[in-house]
Write a protein that binds this ligand. Structure first.
Ligand SMILES: Nc1ncnc2c1ncn2[C@@H]1O[C@H](COP(=O)(O)OP(=O)(O)O)[C@@H](O)[C@H]1O
Ligand SMILES: [Mg+2]
Length: 332
């Protein structure tokens, strides 16, 4: 009998706390045999320790090791892994919306992309991580509410327009800013990933990031290693130069770049339907070329008809967001 034999038998056991086998969770951390004492020692990582799940697992392991395989002694050390439940471990497409510069329409694009994905029957989550200028709740026309907790002490996400979301804004008093430091941002993102009761069937998670290039992408490299970055720019060089820097920073952190969106690209003259490039032109294509990424959409300057900042499919910008959502879906 080798440790390999034991592993093969044990790894089919199901971690009841997460509903996956130990093979799937990679929960077998160590198996050792002390042949003199006929003793098996193992370290097993499970989603929840100290409860029925642990007792059941121990009984099943003891049955295999002692009764079926004939060892005299067994010592199992259980360790709880938060990581298993973490959002970052799930099969979700993470999209970090970044621009480097503020005011280019990052939050508007993030929310409209999320909304367009729900129109294609996708289950979408949104994390508003712009701690300095959180605007997602306003874009989604939400009233200020403090978060509440579920019975198992998880933060319940909010819902708007079919999107499941959490925002730093809800943790502050209404209309009040929070003074954040880098370290707090990191622990906030950890909470958003580990302690929010996100729906089990989320397919997309859009992350609206604060202006700047650094901190958040670094945190997300650990939390969601497969996250891809959507770079937002305007046609003007003042925005595209900074967007390129944000893209380079993303690359350095080994984040894949999903593509580039040029926002406020043009204005459609109501009289002759001509496109007027009032904020300049070429920013989007320049960013895409520099980052060797694709320019996925060019969004005109306009105001939505039905909502504060969200467009519907029967509007021109809404159609552009529908196309962007389709490109995001087929990019998998
Ligand atoms: N395509 C657009 N046409 C008109 N106004 C826009 C457009 N995109 C964004 N805006 C407006 O510009 C402002 C900044 O957008 P926002 O999404 O908050 O930018 P960021 O998140 O990058 O700071 C908001 O008032 C928003 O309504
Ligand atoms: Mg914003």
């Amino acid at each position: 009998m080798t440790t390999k034999d034991i592993r093969e038998r044990i790894e089919t056991l199901v971690d009841q706390g997460i509903g996956k086998t130990l093979k799937e969770t990679g929960g077998i951390k160590h198996i050792g045999i002390d042949p003199d004492k006929s003793l098996v020692i193992m370290i097993i990582e499970i989603a929840k320790t100290g409860g029925e799940e642990e007792k059941t697992m121990l009984r099943q392991i003891a049955k295999i090791v002692k009764i079926e395989m004939g060892f005299k002694g067994l010592k199992v050390q259980f360790e709880e892994t938060k990581k298993l439940e973490s959002l970052g471990n799930r099969k979700i497409k993470f999209i970090i919306v970044a621009s480097g510069k503020g005011g280019v329409g990052k939050s508007t694009v993030a929310c409209n992309l999320a909304y367009a994905l729900t129109r294609q029957n996708k289950k979408v989550g949104l994390i508003d991580a712009d701690i300095y200028g959180s605007s997602v709740p306003r874009i989604l026309e939400m009233k200020h509410e403090y978060p509440t907790a579920s019975e198992d002490q998880k933060i319940l996400p909010f819902h708007a327009f079919g999107i499941e979301l959490i925002s730093t804004d809800f943790f502050a008093g209404e209309g009040k800013p929070v003074i954040w430091r880098g370290a707090m941002l990191n622990s906030m993102m950890n909470h958003f990933f580990n302690d929010v009761k996100w729906s089990k069937d989320l397919e997309y998670m859009i992350i609206d990031s604060p202006p700047g290039t650094g901190d958040i992408m670094l945190d997300l490299k650990n939390l969601a290693p497969n996250a891809e970055v959507l770079i937002i720019t305007t046609p003007h060089p003042s925005a595209s130069d900074v967007a390129i820097k944000a893209g380079i920073a993303a690359r350095q952190l080994k984040h894949n770049i999903l593509g580039v969106v040029e926002n406020m690209s043009y204005f459609i003259n109501a009289v002759n339907r001509a496109k007027e490039f009032i904020f300049g032109s070429g920013g989007g294509i320049q960013v895409a070329q520099k980052l060797e990424a694709e320019l996925l959409a060019q969004i005109p300057i306009n105001q939505p008809k039905h909502h504060l900042s969200l467009f519907e499919s029967n509007e021109e910008a809404g159609q552009i967001y529908d196309d962007l959502a389709s490109l995001v879906i087929i990019s998998e």
